[in-house]
Design a protein around this ligand. Structure first.
Ligand code: 16G
Ligand code: ZN
Length: 501
């Protein structure tokens, strides 16, 4: 480690005095102008992690669904997964070190993790379309090179694409080619195979309107659409040519406002979906014949996928264990449906993809989704082979799927942001301040089919309040009452919470 060079280059990416940032649920995230030093240092850290694991490590520059002015960075571990928790701590430690302590902190991390500094290192980098992303990814590269690491800069990529590249590179190409073409070929082939067997009554069934949140999804889907040939026709909206990133559009907007994004006209029964700013979330929606809006969010996607897979297993007579993983934000009616009607076991973890993913790995088939549209299904390799051999009865399932969604009538909910709390039981119960959970329990009892919880955000300095009940009015009132309880018992500052409705 050339400590002199590190000190010299670090000074070119100096940390603003007194700035403290946390490696949060999905990496560092804040206003772009505060991130230069963090990027440089994450370049350094990626090299250490690469040396330690003797594998390629990924660095993604994005702030996902957050406003255009924000940015962020996260590291991707060898198997395409989120950074190991002990290294998240190192990331926070390194990001907050004062300039004069940089050398000591780097040595400290290397010693704690027994990093062989002579080992080669390789880092791959991707970034979203934010105006700040290019310069910030250059700072990552500066960090990588000053520690002697090799790198490949993929430039503009979606977050899932960067995860894919890392995985391909660390599995000797067995999973796929670590190129953008490799990604399109693998995914489009899988899609075409899957839909080939499904019946199709008319062209509209193979067309999809896609709201790209004015982000990277537009560029990448435009490249990918040729690979579908006749398999799918996509129409892109909010492609970044005029609107602002994530502004009045994107998965987060559609989910929280329960309406289509701006800039997309939808006719009844047209299939539509929205990505978020780095295209790792998706929600689907349509207007029915009466013009009512229907959202197929992460909860419903998980229900469809897991029911489909469960039936398939029954048909092929396999008794493999399947589990669905959700967070406290999952609509109560989706959880009940899965458990009581589909008889699929459901587990609840803390918010954030890494927690869900980890739990889902415990099953032969693990399906996980956050209500906001982050998620996927995981299969053990043996299961994948079996399913491929017997996925023939798709037609029938498609019809059943439409029926099934009609059975899940979402309970109404309300989310508000307040301050200071700690939780347990997958964030569904407040531990501190004393008396708060009891107060919530009493409030919940006043409403039918109701549930409420409060949790500190993993990405912002606020506490989120969630409430669910059998009518919007009840959900709104419950949310307000819980917010007031938080304000009183958790030392609320500023104005008393106003009703969010
Ligand atoms: C991050 C998480 C997302 C989660 C959100 C919650 C990933 C890739 N992203 O964006 O899954 O829903 O945080 O934010 O894990 P909050 O803690 O501020 O409510
Ligand atoms: Zn995202």
């Amino acid at each position: 480690m050339d400590l002199g060079a590190i000190t010299k280059y670090s000074a070119l990416h100096a940390k603003p005095n007194g700035l403290i940032l946390q490696y949060g649920t999905a990496g560092f995230r804040t206003k772009a102008e505060h991130l230069d030093h963090v990027m440089f240092r994450m370049g350094l850290l990626a090299v250490l992690r690469s040396k330690q694991t003797k594998s390629t490590i990924g660095v993604m520059v994005t702030a996902s669904h957050n406003p255009e002015e924000d940015n962020g960075v996260k590291l991707v571990d060898p198997l395409g997964e989120m950074l190991a928790p002990s290294w998240e701590e190192h990331a926070t430690y390194l990001a907050n070190a004062e300039e004069q302590d940089m050398q000591r902190v780097l040595i400290d991390i290397s010693e704690k993790e027994a990093v062989n500094l002579q080992q080669d290192a390789f880092v791959v980098i991707g970034r979203d379309t934010r105006p700040s992303s290019e310069k910030l990814s250059q700072s990552v590269i500066d960090g990588v090179t000053v520690l002697g690491g090799q790198f490949h800069d993929y430039g503009l990529l979606t977050t899932p694409q960067l995860h894919y590249m890392v995985y391909c590179r660390n599995t000797g190409g067995r999973y796929g080619k670590a190129t953008i073409e490799g990604y399109y070929q693998k995914l489009s082939k899988a899609f075409v195979e899957l839909t080939k067997q499904a019946s199709c009554s008319g062209d509209e069934y193979r067309s999809l309107k896609v709201d790209c949140a004015n982000g990277i999804g537009a560029l990448k889907l435009r490249e990918m659409e040729h690979y579908f040939s006749q398999g799918l026709s996509v129409q892109l909206f909010n492609d970044g040519s005029k609107g602002k990133l994530n502004h009045l559009c994107g998965a987060d907007f559609v989910k929280s406002h329960q309406k289509p994004p701006q800039g997309m006209e939808i006719k009844s029964n047209e299939r539509c979906c929205s990505f978020d700013g780095d295209a790792d979330r998706i929600v689907y929606y349509y207007h029915d014949a009466d013009g009512h809006f229907h959202l197929i969010d992460g909860d419903k996607i998980a229900t469809l996928i897991s029911s489909f897979l469960k039936e398939l297993l029954v048909e092929i007579g396999e008794s493999l264990n399947i589990g669905v993983v959700q967070t406290a934000y999952a609509n109560g009616s989706s959880t009940r449906y899965l458990e009581e009607v589909m008889k699929v076991p459901v587990y609840c973890t803390k918010t954030g993809v890494k927690h869900l993913h980890h739990k889902a790995q415990e099953f032969d088939i693990g399906v996980y989704f956050e209500a906001n549209g982050h998620g996927t299904a995981l299969f053990s390799t043996a299961v994948e082979m079996k399913i491929k051999q017997s996925a023939e009865q798709l037609e029938d399932k498609k019809r059943k799927a439409a029926k099934m969604l009609e059975n899940i009538i979402d309970l109404f909910n309300q989310v508000a942001d307040r301050r200071v709390i700690s939780t347990t039981n997958a964030e569904r119960q407040a531990v501190t301040p004393p008396g708060l959970q009891e107060a919530i329990n009493d409030l919940v009892k006043k409403y039918k089919l109701s549930r409420a919880f409060v949790r500190p955000s993993g990405t912002e300095d606020v506490v989120r309040v969630y409430a669910e009940a059998d009518s919007q009015e009840s959900a709104d009132h419950l949310a307000h009452e819980v917010s007031l309880a938080v304000f009183q018992l958790a030392g609320g500052i500023g104005e008393r919470p106003q009703p969010g409705f």
